[in-house]
Design a protein around this ligand. Structure first.
Ligand code: HGY
Ligand code: MN
Ligand code: MN
Length: 417
């Protein structure tokens, strides 16, 4: 028999106000949010979050990579905490809810417990993971990756953005290079609420996604090296055009994706042309490449075949060298059945329609799941749109997600050890 139904309700008006309040930090003219990791705007969002946590009586600590943990004591301090949270950093032209929903719904869980005078058996810790997006420094799930021991702290601190600023310097500049060790500590479970960022739940009319896991990914940096030369005087036979070579590789990425049907994912999202002058044949082009697939074996097959094919595409006719650096890869990550069951039971108790779903996006939960039992809760988002300033959800969707998070966390934190 699952946990008893609770008639305790989170306060959606308070949650919605807090979401809108945070969205004003980094608000863009098109209704989105730009809170790039470790920028001054990210600092403002972090400061706001810390103040709200402290106002709710939570003890906030920061680790060496800037991950923030807001702790609420339980009845038994010897038991490991139940963790829940997500990320406050956003894409350069991101939305109000990617990441922020999971962090602020977690805060609402804490506030509701305070209001109801509930003390859970285990301690609880609400988490804001550093730089989940990877837009600025190239590694997504950066903070949770260091915490989980996937990336060495020193390697990550030395990463640079396009202006040459390191992660370490940026962390210091915003005052979030914390004292706590950036490594996994004993915890009972981790729950993450997130928007689906895809069309399935909305199309099928479901209020909750019980996330069974996340798909495999591989990310590369690519540099095409040719030769700057005059656009007017350099004949075709003498050109070493890095942009034409990059275009061939981009077409190859698209071909590989489409060869995998509707499960295929291949993207070049970032591209820098040098010297980026209209009458100079570009001698250098730097760009990102990523592939994803629900089946790890497919990503491994791409990891074998893509690099040589890309080098050949760049060399053919273009006489351009291609340097490809693999940044990271991870296999498809399943989530914990017992924690997933708590999500499923919570949705059923609340009367929300739910279905199981695989995450197309990566989430901090993917790396956290390597250390502790982990589950995710999805809510639909309008048209499945995300990583777009028009990203939106309705208050009732936020309420459903937050209520399920509340119930699942409570059930886990109060279970008999
Ligand atoms: O790229 C991702 O999957 C995540 O949204 N950062
Ligand atoms: Mn996210
Ligand atoms: Mn995202």
């Amino acid at each position: 028999m699952g946990a008893q139904p609770t008639n305790q309700r989170i306060d959606i008006v308070r949650l919605w106000d807090t979401l809108q309040d945070l969205a004003r930090i980094g608000a863009t003219s098109k209704g989105g949010v730009r809170r790039l990791a470790l920028t001054d705007i990210d600092r403002s969002g972090r400061d706001r979050f810390r103040a709200l946590c402290q106002k709710a009586g939570l003890a906030v600590r920061v680790d060496a990579i800037g991950n923030m943990f807001a702790r609420r004591e339980g009845r038994d301090p010897t038991r490991p905490p139940v963790l829940f949270g997500s990320h406050l950093d956003t894409q350069p032209s991101g939305g109000k809810f990617d990441g922020a929903l999971g962090v602020l719904a977690g805060l609402e869980v804490m506030r509701t417990l305070n209001e109801l005078g509930i003390v859970t058996e285990t301690p609880l810790e609400l988490v804001n993971w550093t730089d989940e997006e990877g837009s600025r420094f190239g590694y997504s799930l950066l903070g949770s990756g260091v915490w989980a021991g996937v990336y060495p702290l020193e390697q990550i601190q030395a990463l640079t953005d396009l202006e040459g600023i390191t992660v370490g310097a940026a962390l210091e500049a915003i005052g979030y290079a914390g004292k706590a060790a950036a490594k996994a500590f004993p915890a009972d479970a981790y729950f993450e609420l997130h928007i689906e960022q895809g069309p399935i739940l909305e199309a099928e009319g479901h209020q909750i996604g019980i996330v069974t896991g996340a798909q495999a990914q591989i990310w590369y940096d690519a540099v095409a090296l040719g030769q700057d030369s005059h656009a007017g005087t350099t004949p075709p036979s003498a050109r070493r055009d890095a942009l034409v070579a990059a275009a061939r590789v981009i077409a190859l990425v698209n071909r590989i994706m489409r060869d995998h049907g509707e499960d295929g994912r291949g993207t070049v999202g970032q591209l820098v042309v040098l010297p980026n002058s209209r009458n100079v044949i570009p001698g250098e082009v730097r760009f990102s490449v990523e592939f994803r697939h629900p089946d790890t074996a497919e990503v491994l097959r791409i990891a074998e075949s893509f690099p040589p094919a890309a080098v050949a595409a760049a060399a053919a006719e273009c006489g351009v060298k291609l340097e490809l650096t693999e940044l990271f890869r991870y296999a498809a990550q399943p989530f914990d059945p017992a924690c997933m069951a708590l999500v499923e039971e919570a949705a059923a108790r609340c009367g929300y329609s739910a279905r199981k779903i695989v995450s197309g996006a990566g989430h901090d939960a993917v790396y956290v799941a390597r250390h502790i039992p982990t589950a995710m809760i999805f809510t639909p988002c309008k048209d499945g749109l995300s990583h777009n300033e028009a990203e939106s959800i309705d208050p009732d969707q936020a309420e459903a997600g937050c209520q399920v998070l509340f119930e699942a966390v409570l059930a886990r934190a109060n279970r008999v050890a």
